[in-house]
Write a protein that binds this ligand. Structure first.
Ligand code: ADP
Ligand code: LRH
Length: 493
């Protein structure tokens, strides 16, 4: 059989990558042609995404991919969620997109709940209430009477913005739209009550396409640069987590996943959303997915904590790799320091090391000083936080989950994977590392008729990927120490 080729552009909050997927004889191999650092830039105290540099990197990746493979059929972009750019009627950018970790939304939730209660916002959207969500970022602009906001013609989420740069089309897609907290998953449309109450014009919101739709062709000037013609740009799941979940090699009905990268997204795939008092209380999200599925999950602060301490150590002159940091953590004593990784103080502190030390001090613990102690504190605490969320998940679903898949860059952290198996008491299967790009590629392949459906896609991914199984060890000891973690983290709240 002839091979078929598709190109995924996967933009995470830590790095971006351009990956070619080659489908042949029921196997999917991937080749990373370009990888680049993605880091927001602080300008006069505001945190911006460097979108022009990202677009340059996308183009560099396209050049590398098409100069090697002339027969790539289509391109799909996925990115992190909630952020957006504003575009004027003439197609100019109304300002530089601001990063969701910018402090403009500090304290915004209290102000927003004066407009509409937490319960009503959740009832209408089914989305985990977080200050980073698009709704609250926009509301901060409404409150400051932003002239950029007032001059905007369309809001484009990050993947839409890059699709606009590639095709000239101003459209969005279901998975990224639902994540904004401005979309009603039951009525399946922009939520007008929310838009109206928060002063967001409905016209600002673009048309929403289902995942797997062709948005248009690459614009002529880019095609000329690449020396190709009629290359379609497809909306995969434009939200990276949507692609990651398509890329989970799960089988049967009783598996859950963690998409592990900058964030840890823990949950299950469902056919319809769960929006009730319990899911509200546990603050679980219902993000739209491929084929009208829903990702019922919780955003956990994730490896962002490790990213930040790594960067701080590098600034101090010790540029350690993730492997080296994990090895230092491994050498330290277990269960010495506990934090709640989801504490708001870890969202974007001036120093993550100091924020962790302050948390320990405030909760009456000893203070971690050594690198290994800090890293071990982060990894153990993440595993304990997974236990909190997993318990809520099983309770709300009223069923037992028998296996957990961890996918994404974080699945390479063997210590965290083992800790997770230990505390949950079930096997953890890790891999693929590039589940998001794989998910992106298989959605394109389904659109182009090269794969039948998601069930076949997941089988192909299973047959093509390296996976590792972690069996639980010392679960009783982990459960005993979970009690200590609970005592500390509940004290803080
Ligand atoms: P994102 O898509 O959010 O940018 P990734 O899926 O690329 O994130 O995952 C990035 C994370 O993966 C890093 O923050 C790091 O913790 C982890 N990681 C990357 N490489 C390794 C490695 N070699 N060993 C252990 N962990 C790793
Ligand atoms: C992960 C992710 C996640 C969040 C966030 C802002 O990359 O998309 O689903 O919502 O970034």
């Amino acid at each position: 059989m002839e091979d078929r080729k598709f190109l995924a552009i996967d933009l995470g909050a830590e790095s971006g990558r351009v990956i070619v997927g080659i489908l042949k004889d029921g196997k999917l191999t991937i080749e990373e042609v370009h990888r680049f650092i993605n880091r927001p830039v602080d300008i006069l105290g505001r945190l911006y995404w460097n979108v022009t540099q990202i677009f340059q990197d996308i183009k560099d990746g396209l050049v590398k991919a098409f100069s090697k493979y002339r027969d790539i059929e289509s391109i799909g972009i996925d990115t992190w969620g909630v952020d957006f750019g504003l575009v004027t009627k003439e197609g100019y950018f109304a300002g530089i997109p601001v990063c969701y970790r910018d402090h403009r939304t500090d304290g915004i939730l209290e102000k927003a709940f004066e407009v509409m209660s937490r319960e009503r916002i959740y009832e209408l959207t089914g989305i985990q209430i977080m200050q980073i969500n698009t709704l609250f970022q926009l509301y901060s602009m409404v409150l400051e009477k932003s002239s950029l906001f007032n001059s905007a013609y369309k809001l484009l989420f990050m993947p839409d913005l890059f699709n606009f740069m590639l095709t000239g089309e101003m459209k969005t897609e279901f998975s990224i739209a639902t994540t904004s907290q401005m979309y009603n998953p039951i009525r399946d449309g922009w939520e007008e009550e929310i838009l109206e109450k928060f002063g967001i014009p409905k016209d600002l919101m673009p048309e929403v396409l289902p995942p797997g739709t062709v948005i248009g062709n690459l614009n002529k000037s880019i095609e000329e640069e690449l020396g190709v013609k009629n290359i379609s740009v497809i909306a995969p799941c434009e939200h990276d987590t949507g692609c990651a979940v398509v890329g989970v090699p799960g089988e049967g009905e009783d598996w859950a996943y963690i998409s592990s990268g900058t964030w840890s997204l823990m949950g299950v795939e469902l056919k319809s959303p769960i929006i009730n008092n319990e899911s509200l209380k546990a603050n679980f999200t219902n993000e739209g997915g491929y084929n009208k599925t829903f990702r019922f999950l919780k955003n956990i602060m994730g490896l962002w904590l490790l990213q930040r301490v790594k960067r701080e150590w590098a600034k101090e002159g010790e540029d350690l790799s993730y492997n080296e940091i994990t090895r230092l953590a491994e050498q330290e004593k277990s269960f010495q320091y506990f934090i709640n990784p989801d504490d708001v103080s870890f969202l974007n502190p001036p120093s993550m090391i100091k924020a962790i030390q302050y948390y320990c001090k405030k909760t009456g613990q000893e203070i971690p000083e050594k690198k290994g102690e800090i890293a071990r504190c982060i990894l153990e605490s993440l595993a304990f936080r997974y236990k909190d969320v997993f318990t809520d998940l099983e309770r709300i679903l009223n069923k037992k989950i028998s296996v957990l898949h961890i996918v994404g860059g974080g699945s390479q952290n063997q210590l965290l994977s083992q800790f997770t198996a230990n505390i949950l008491g079930i096997p953890v299967i890790t891999g693929p590392i590039e589940a998001t790009a794989l998910g992106n590629i298989v959605v394109q392949a389904i659109t182009k008729g090269a794969i039948k459906d998601v069930v076949e896609a997941r089988k192909i991914i299973r047959d093509s990927s390296e996976m590792k199984v972690y069996q639980p060890q010392n679960t009783e000891e982990w459960i005993r120490n979970y009690e200590k973690y609970k005592e500390v983290t509940e004290k803080k709240n």
